[in-house]
Design a protein around this ligand. Sequence first.
Ligand SMILES: *[C@@H]1O[C@H](CO)[C@@H](O)[C@H](O)[C@H]1NC(C)=O
Ligand SMILES: *[C@@H]1O[C@H](CO)[C@@H](O)[C@H](O)[C@H]1NC(C)=O
Ligand SMILES: *[C@@H]1O[C@H](CO)[C@@H](O)[C@H](O)[C@H]1NC(C)=O
Ligand SMILES: *[C@@H]1O[C@H](CO)[C@@H](O)[C@H](O)[C@H]1NC(C)=O
Ligand SMILES: *[C@@H]1O[C@H](CO)[C@@H](O)[C@H](O)[C@H]1NC(C)=O
Ligand SMILES: *[C@@H]1O[C@H](CO)[C@@H](O)[C@H](O)[C@H]1NC(C)=O
Ligand SMILES: *[C@@H]1O[C@H](CO)[C@@H](O)[C@H](O)[C@H]1NC(C)=O
Ligand SMILES: *[C@@H]1O[C@H](CO)[C@@H](O)[C@H](O)[C@H]1NC(C)=O
Length: 905
Amino acid sequence: MRQTLLCHIYVLGGLLSFGIRYTSSAHQCTVSREVADCSHLKLTQVPDDLPTNITVLNLTHNQLRRLPPANLTRYSQLAILDGGFNSISKLEPELCQNLPLLEALNLQHNELSQLSDKTFTFCLSLTELHLMSNSIKNIQNNPFKNQKNLIKLDLSHNGLSSTKLGTHVQLENLQELLLSNNKIHALRSEELDFLANSSLKKLELSSNQIKEFSPGCFHAIGKLFGLFLNNAQLGSSLTEKLCWELSNTSIQKLSLSNIQLDTTSNVTFTGLKQTNLTMLDLSYNSLRVIGNDSFTWLPHLEYLFLEYNAIQHLYSHSFYGLFNLRYLNLKRSFTKQSNSLGLLPKIDNFSFQWLRLLENLNMEDNNIPGIKSNMFTGLINLKYLSLSNSFTTLQTLTNETFLSLAHSPLHVLNLTKNKISKIESGTFSCLGHLKILDVGLNEIEQELTGQEWRGLDHIFEIYLSYNKHLKLTSNSFASVPSLQRLMLRRVGLKNVSSSPSPFHPLRNLTILDLSNNNIANINDDMLEGLGKLEILDLQHNNLARLWKHANPGGPVYFLKNLSRLHILNLESNGFDEIPAEAFKDLSELRGISLGLNNLNILPPFVFDKQVSLKSLTLQKNLITSVEENVFGKVFRNLSDLDMRSNPFDCTCESIAWFVNWINKTNTNISELSSHYLCNTPPQYHGFPVMLFDISPCKDSAPFELLFTVNTTILLSFIFIVLLIHFESWRISFYWNVAVHRVLGFKEIDKQPEQFEYAAYVIHAHNDKDWVWEQFSPMEEKDQSIKFCLEERDFEAGVLELEAIVNSIKRSRKIIFVITHYLLKDPLCKRFKVHHAVQQAIEQNLDSIILIFLEEIPDYKLNHALCLRRGMFKSHCILNWPVQKERINAFHHKLQVALGSKNAVH
Ligand SMILES: *[C@@H]1O[C@H](CO)[C@@H](O)[C@H](O)[C@H]1NC(C)=O
Ligand SMILES: *[C@@H]1O[C@H](CO)[C@@H](O)[C@H](O)[C@H]1NC(C)=O
Ligand SMILES: *[C@@H]1O[C@H](CO)[C@@H](O)[C@H](O)[C@H]1NC(C)=O
Ligand SMILES: *[C@@H]1O[C@H](CO)[C@@H](O)[C@H](O)[C@H]1NC(C)=O
Ligand SMILES: *[C@@H]1O[C@H](CO)[C@@H](O)[C@H](O)[C@H]1NC(C)=O
Ligand SMILES: *[C@@H]1O[C@H](CO)[C@@H](O)[C@H](O)[C@H]1NC(C)=O
Ligand SMILES: *[C@@H]1O[C@H](CO)[C@@H](O)[C@H](O)[C@H]1NC(C)=O
Ligand SMILES: *[C@@H]1O[C@H](CO)[C@@H](O)[C@H](O)[C@H]1NC(C)=O
């Protein structure tokens, strides 16, 4: 019933949403603030129902053929109109007339081929005009003459054969002119003089087959600060020519990447002598030879890019004159010769001595044979040196290797990927300013004695990850107490458990990476004292045993006192148990990764101290149930949860709470529908957890109540039945008593003197001798006691039954002398007992005293006399002792019983 109703609602909802989409299909532009994004909508028309106050309209990637001014009139506030990636072939001048505030017009990747003088006449506010990738072959007259505010003009990827964009001076404010990828073969002054009043920061002429620089071409431009001429086949001689043309210009940045320049000499850049060039890019040139004094004309140069060349020999004067250089990129500049000799490149000693201001030197990915004793001498301002993958033979680092850097204030030294196998003691002792040392991805195989790091007094980070075998000692890091980051991932780490801990001296450590080491044994004091540790990586180790209860000595609490820890990674450790106290000190933890373990049941409240936790990952464990007492608290502030690929048990007890939480939470749970699947019960196998119907679980509360009530009733019933079965006599007996009371049979508690006898003695005829023997002496002893003994005290002639009744009435107590004979005595059975009990009920239960002369089972007593021991107070039940010495005690007890007041207590 409920299912079908839901089904109807879904269908209805589906129809409704379909309807909404249909009516809005005119356009699906998204408008936020004053920005309308109509890109990628296959539009053939300009939407006519956007808010009129939009300032940005994005119409890119549609099928527009025109931008009719009338259709845009509505959006007169537009400052940015992006019509890129359409099929627009014509532009009406009225467009800008209707959009007087337009500042940026983008028409890249369209089909414009003609620009007339009128096209942009009214675009007076334009600062950016993008016409890249159209089919503009030539420009006649002056289409841009009114663009006095234009800062950037992009005409790249058209078919232009000339730089000429106008017949007279214009574009006074232009800063960037992009003309790359056209068909320009020559730069001529008359074709650039329309820029006579401009100050170009960037003239981009890359990827044109320029073959000619006519005299004065760059002087035609008002000011030229940056020229980009990449990907042209200039070669040495045209480059030389170019530099001469740039002489006495304001050129500062010159990019000549990939211009087939294979040699530079002391004449190549001579023309730049009369400039203030600060940046020169000569990358990707197959440059083989940098002749001595090549750069001697460039004393202002600060940035030199020489990456991706094939320099065979760096001479001692190759860099002569670069006294102001700050940055030098020599990545992949020196390579093995490709000819059969395979000669390694050479770098002369003192080659860098001229670079006094150099701060950053990148020498990555080269084939340099080794470090010579004076290789880096003179780099007195060097701070960053990357020697990653620089050398072919650098197996052993010694105290001599870096001597040439002794006077460099080096902050960062990158030595990755050099096949280094050993760091000898004192290697870095001359690099006292070093903050970051990266010797990762090598083949280091040694015991770290601590001497390796001697002299690194200001070291902040040592990256040692991905090496072969590192054996630690207690002193491994004793000489670098300033260390804050230590990376030891996948280094075949040995002796982590040495004592005191190798990490003990690192009081300022904030990041420690010990992952991928297969560590199986650590002490609980390994991280002791690392009170500033924030990130701890222990993934891919073998720590499962440490947290087992069965571990000899109990679980090892190796995370204790890490109160500042923010990120903890324990993935892939084989954990199948977590002690309840494992995380108790980690109150600032923000992220914990426990994925790829074998966790099934987590102890309740295990995460309760992690009040700041934002990210929890438990993917690929064996978790079947997600319970409130484990996760309730920690889920509250979580931003990201990852519990993918666990074998969830889709029953109310296991996941109802989880599913309920999922439905309400804002926490990020990625792949919820595809990777959170039920494993059990069988009928739900493979079913998405999020679709598990929890409504039956909610109803289980009343069921539970009903169940409880039912069970209680049933149990009570069973109890009563059993009670009645075994204790019915007691019930009926007390019932009798109660009824008598209620019906007003007042307790006849006469005063002792009102009774004639102290007790009426009921006994079998056979027992009369015993009775006589026992009771008459008592009477003799104590004159106040008188028993009614049938044989003695009954008056002759009186009917026995009547006598009995009278005598019982006149007796204060009734004594039963119980033997087998009594049980068989018919008179006793039928009459005396009944009467006695009747009187007892009327009078008091205390009035009956049972004396057992022999052992009589209760059931026989009940069967014969309808009496049970349980009906009477224990002091009213006496046993005739077998041992003679106890007879006195028996008499004493009897006296006590006789004396007791007849009352129900
Ligand atoms: C411009 O608007 C007219 C009428 O509103 C419409 O017929 C035409 O298709 C529109 N053209 C474009 C390209 O949006
Ligand atoms: C722009 O117009 C929309 C309605 O068309 C209005 O909600 C919004 O407040 C307007 N924005 C400004 C800045 O006037
Ligand atoms: C318009 O949208 C395209 C594609 O989404 C984007 O690349 C472009 O930057 C946007 N244009 C503007 C002006 O935001
Ligand atoms: C350039 O070097 C050559 C020798 O290689 C030398 O003869 C010539 O004088 C140098 N020219 C200048 C301008 O230094
Ligand atoms: C180079 O800079 C100096 C000082 O800044 C300046 O006087 C000189 O004119 C500049 N040279 C050129 C060619 O711009
Ligand atoms: C390098 O160490 C050796 C001993 O191993 C020592 O003789 C030599 O003086 C050291 N060199 C420097 C520069 O400290
Ligand atoms: C060292 O260089 C390698 C390769 O370029 C790079 O991946 C790594 O991040 C660098 N190390 C440091 C500390 O910058
Ligand atoms: C550790 O850090 C503190 C505070 O930043 C600093 O004062 C102390 O000198 C550092 N200890 C070492 C050994 O560098």
